[in-house]
Design a protein around this ligand. Structure first.
Ligand code: CUA
Length: 162
């Protein structure tokens, strides 16, 4: 026969295991929701597909570079290929909002702007897009952070905020 005391201890142990197994997923989901909405972490949008061979004749990649869409709002069309970004340097005034639109001519590359929320993969056949605001003047390093071959470590660029 199990005594009542033993039953009670068994119950306590069971609750001690059940509570964390409920609390931990709730904490994880809360953290994901908070970072997505409060901190503003977003995944880059896939805005379309493009045939890598057609990059040279498809807007905006036929003329890569910076375009002013409205006062203080820019679009930067950038083509990634082994082992460079075209263009690899853009210059904007502080307070500008820049939408980066990228695609790759060959293999998978990365596009990370150090010190900002811009961090995306650049996949051949796919167009990736991410908008960010540059409030602080300075030079922001752009790095390829997906291993793309022997020159991967030299694949970089910069954003100059005046
Ligand atoms: Cu491009 Cu690594």
């Amino acid at each position: 026969m199990i005594k009542n005391d033993e039953k009670f201890i068994g119950y306590i142990f069971e609750v001690a295991w059940i509570l964390p197994s409920v609390a931990i997923p709730v904490a994880v989901i809360t953290a994901v929701v908070l970072t997505a909405f409060a901190v503003g972490i977003r995944v880059p949008d896939v805005v379309g597909r493009i045939e890598p061979k057609a990059i040279a004749v498809t807007a905006p990649f036929d003329q890569p570079g910076l375009r002013e869409l409205a006062p203080g709002k820019y679009e930067a069309a950038i083509v990634a290929q082994v082992f460079l970004f075209t263009p690899n340097e853009i210059e904007i005034p502080a307070g500008s909002e820049v939408t980066f639109v990228l695609t790759s001519r060959d293999v998978i590359h990365g596009f990370k702007i150090v010190g900002t929320a811009v961090n995306m993969m650049v996949v051949p056949g796919q167009i990736s897009k991410l908008t960010v605001r540059f409030d602080q003047p300075g030079e922001y390093l752009i790095v390829c952070h997906e291993y793309c071959g022997s020159g991967h470590h030299v694949m970089s660029g910069k954003v100059i905020v005046q």
